[in-house]
Design a protein around this ligand. Structure first.
Ligand code: BGC
Length: 878
């Protein structure tokens, strides 16, 4: 009997709720549960599951529930939404899962938990408060409130909603490890609150809760071209806090914000998310957030209106201090000027420890490059800054010393993009390499991918791509961490596959797409930077950029197999597509920026913008099908055909197989987006190959072409050439930057370009995804997304001796790895439990060494092998 077989079905593991480990503050009524199966049984497939949800962990572990028992459900899914009775706010729920395979049933998993938050706006008890200062006031305000704890505390949670930024402390201890919290949203539409478990912070008797507020994007005092200083939402930062204490006797008490809270200005005498932070240590008030502090000189807080009607829980990986970096080098230019070199470009901050005389002004100038004299040079990054005086220097922290020995400063409400820090002082100070530490910051997304190859430059390039991706992830994807910090849409959709192969970023994308929905105008128009204070609705927001609304939900669906984001954005995609259709009844649009920052050749904007319009319409058609909207599916698939036809009618020369004049982007973009008629495809491909050879096997593309050039070549039988282009080390290429010492991706191809010269841009980052797709050959299957079924199409490209791509999918780690030995390739793949793969190879003979009886078909040229989960090894002869 099958059920009696002695096969072990491992306990499900990696249980997450809303893609987070044991989250607090869950506000959704239908949280999503996910799990993985760790099994050595290579044929392991889940055939059924049962979820248990309850409020008692021991009971849930034993399969007894008082909240929801899904009972056994037949199905292979490991992503299931809660379907029980209404969840209650402020409640800790435990959940566990049991699964069935074709062989046996697993034990019930160890319970994981999630805790609900406010769930409804009416559950907030506190008032929004601030101080009496105006928006121009520079020092950041402190707030404090003493309270008593007189009974034994069972648990205590703090719910803090802030317009601006905050640091929360209790009894002198910072709560949590989030930085630059809460994440940036369109403040007049939606504000985020954060939940902390503060049980261990409380003590019997006197307690004090302290809050320091920063400006963030809410009160943007610096002036630059995007007019954030004129934002309609701009105001003095404000917050609302509820501390909910549950005592041992199960009674609860809520400490809330009221105008009785006391406030005073802090030593943070200026803070700008965009430029820097200034700190005067002479203004410190030691013990301000502890019970023994005397606050008679503090003022009463001011009750104010909430910034928006929607205060929702922040459910994502927060920004954290990720890594401390010791400077590689220190040059002392004088006893008042030192230049530190971190050895690599980062987004983050510095911590400096110094001894000097009272009142000494220290300036820490952060830059990406040095000038010829060894001083920092900011001319590549301060071009859009429009200071009105000299009190707010760009990327320059100011630290005024109190005269104590070994004083330390590190900004709280700002970050910068830099490699070098020039420290100047108005009094002599003595600094050593140990005086300064670089601290990299970004959204703390888990790494889920890796690339290793026999080409060291490629390995460095992959690392540099990830460095730039992360340096541009702060609760929303940005273009660059220094000059702008803007959520440029085009940069982000181009880099989204790179992001998803390498990092578990779904929570950040879900949040950012909610920002998109907040920004969409009634006519469907979206801005080019998101969030925005209004800039970007008139410029740069055509489909080549703001197709984020369709492309990112689609890619998240492919990588996670989760329809939620597509469903949440469905109407928004539709409104965007309908808007373009209405304005452009002939199917072509030239709304957009085109192939931005090209090497040399300029592709017609109408071709690329219309292709993105096509991409949106076809994603919409596919989404309609997935979401059971048959009429829309038909309507938008007709629309996408019409757009493709219009593009081909105007740009494709059927006789020659050229699009336009046959530039790299002109040819590769129609191939990549799939509009080239089958009968002409080989001609178009041949033209592309010819064009690339004429360009000396180097790229001649801009942003949009970087998405398509390598993929169009490798997907159409020219992976060797794609690799040759990708691995070039001479101008123009990615490798040219790496050979010149880059540790991040640049914004422009020449390293001495005159404009668009940030050194930490993710926009040219598609190459990171291409490494997974072509030499790695590891792709999601749109028909069974989330890597339920994996497409393995590795290209054993000339020039590489070995290559390994690994990606941890929702089902577990997928490995696609090969090594060249003489004329043979040894290919190893690991297909995780509960998923399958199809391996496609162009090879004369393929022998399976692992003897797993993979199912093979061969049509003489191509070998197609169906793989069950487990490890498979093949010997391949060409
Ligand atoms: C940004 C780019 C962005 C572009 C759009 C630049 O200033 O840094 O990355 O996509 O503007 O025009």
């Amino acid at each position: 009997m099958e059920g009696c077989k002695k096969v072990q079905v491992h306990v499900p593991e990696g249980l997450r709720c809303e893609y987070l480990n044991s989250p607090l503050g869950v506000d959704t009524h239908t949280p999503r549960f996910t799990w993985r199966i760790n099994s050595e049984d290579s044929t392991m497939m889940q055939e059924g599951y049962r979820l248990f949800v309850g409020t008692d962990s021991a009971q849930v572990a034993a399969g007894k529930t008082n909240v929801w028992d899904s009972h056994k459900i037949t199905g292979a899914s490991s992503l299931v939404s809660y379907e029980g009775d209404s969840l209650k706010p402020f409640t800790k729920y435990y959940w566990s899962v049991q699964i069935w395979s074709q062989h046996a049933q697993s034990p019930i998993s160890k319970p994981a938990s999630f805790e609900t938050g406010m769930m409804r706006m009416k559950n907030w008890q506190g008032q929004w408060i601030t101080d009496s200062a105006d928006v121009k006031t520079k020092p950041a305000p402190y707030f404090r409130h003493p309270f008593q704890v007189s009974k034994k505390v069972k648990s205590a949670k703090a719910y803090v909603a802030v317009a601006g930024l905050y640091e929360l402390s209790i009894n002198g201890q910072k709560v949590g490890d989030h930085i630059l919290d809460p994440m940036y949203t369109r403040f007049d539409k939606r504000n985020l609150y954060v939940t902390y478990d503060i049980t261990s912070h409380l003590k019997n008797g006197d307690n004090v809760v302290g809050v320091l507020l920063g400006n963030g994007w809410y009160n943007h005092q610096s002036t630059a071209v995007w007019n954030f200083d004129k934002a309609g939402w701009r105001n003095r930062p404000r917050f609302c806090l509820d501390i909910r204490i549950t005592y041992d006797d199960n009674t609860t008490e809520t400490i809330t914000t009221t105008p009785e809270w006391k406030t005073s200005l802090s030593p943070v005498i200026f803070n700008s998310i965009y430029t820097a932070e200034h700190y005067d240590a002479n203004k410190e008030q030691p013990g301000w957030d502890t019970p023994s502090f005397n606050d008679v000189r503090w003022h009463a807080a001011l009750a104010v209106a909430a910034p928006s009607a929607l205060i929702v829980s922040q459910q994502l990986q927060p920004v954290r201090a990720i890594e401390e970096i010791k400077p590689k080098n220190l040059v002392k230019l004088s006893n008042k000027k030192y230049v530190f070199d971190l050895g690599r470009n980062i987004a983050g901050i510095c911590r400096i420890t110094v001894s000097g005389s009272k009142g000494t002004h220290l300036r820490l100038k952060h830059a990406e490059v040095l000038d010829g004299t060894g001083n920092v040079n900011m001319s590549n990054i301060d071009v859009h800054y429009r200071p009105t005086d000299d009190t707010d220097p760009f990327q320059t922290d100011i630290f005024i010393l109190s005269g104590k020995k070994n004083e330390t400063f590190s900004p709280r409400f700002n970050y910068k993009g830099f490699q070098y820090v020039e420290v100047t002082s108005d009094q002599p100070v003595s600094l050593t390499r140990e005086s300064l530490t670089g601290i990299s910051l970004h959204s703390d997304v888990t790494s889920v991918g890796s690339i290793t190859s026999s080409n060291d430059m490629i390995n460095k390039l992959w690392q540099a791509t990830n460095n730039s991706y992360l340096a541009n992830l702060f609760g929303y994807p940005t273009d660059c961490p220094q000059r702008e910090k803007n959520g440029w849409t085009g940069d982000a959709h181009i880099a989204s596959e790179t992001g998803l192969y390498n990092f578990d970023g779904i929570t950040i994308y879900e949040k950012w797409l909610a920002d998109h929905r907040d920004e969409q105008q009634p006519d469907g128009v979206l801005p080019s930077i998101i969030p925005t204070a209004g800039w970007g609705y008139e410029w740069g927001n055509g489909p080549d950029w703001t197709s984020t609304i369709a492309i990112i939900p689609w890619n998240v669906y492919l990588f996670y197999g989760d329809k939620k984001l597509l469903a949440d954005c469905y109407d928004n995609i539709k409104r965007y597509v309908d808007h373009i259709a209405e304005k452009n009844p002939n199917g072509l649009t030239d709304w957009g920026l085109g192939d931005w920052v090209p090497v040399k050749s300029v592709t017609p904007k109408e071709l690329t913008s219309s292709l993105y319009y096509y991409a949106d319409a076809s994603i919409l058609a596919r989404a309609a099908k997935i979401l059971d909207k048959a009429d829309d599916a038909e309507k938008y698939s007709q629309l996408s055909k019409k757009i493709a036809q219009a593009i081909n009618d105007k740009y494709l020369h059927k006789d020659t197989g050229l699009y336009g004049t046959g530039l790299q982007t002109e040819l590769s973009a129609p191939l990549f987006w799939g509009i080239v008629p089958d009968e002409i495809k080989s001609k178009v491909v041949a033209n592309l190959v010819k064009r690339v050879h004429e360009d000396d096997d180097h790229i001649d593309v801009g942003l949009l072409g970087t998405k398509t050039i390598l993929n169009a070549l490798s997907e159409n039988g020219h992976a060797d050439l794609a690799y040759k282009v990708a691995a070039q080390e001479t101008f123009p290429s990615w490798g040219y930057w790496i050979k010149n010492g880059a540790t991040t991706l640049f914004e422009n191809w020449p390293i001495d370009a005159k404009s668009d010269i940030s050194r930490n841009h993710i926009m040219f980052g598609e190459i990171g995804a291409w490494l997974y797709k072509s030499p790695g050959g590891l792709k999601p299957d749109p028909d069974q997304p989330g890597f339920k079924h994996i497409l393995l199409q590795p290209h054993f490209v000339e020039g590489l001796d070995y290559f390994t791509a690994k990606h941890t999918s929702p089902y577990g780690e997928i490995v696609s790895s090969w090594r060249r030995v003489d004329k043979k390739i040894y290919y190893t793949t690991i297909v995780p439990p509960n998923s399958t793969a199809t391996l496609e190879l162009n090879a004369k003979s393929v022998e399976e060494l692992s003897k797993n009886n993979a199912i093979t078909s061969n049509d003489g040229e191509h070998t197609t092998i169906q793989l069950a989960s487990g490890k498979h090894v093949f010997e391949i002869v060409f």
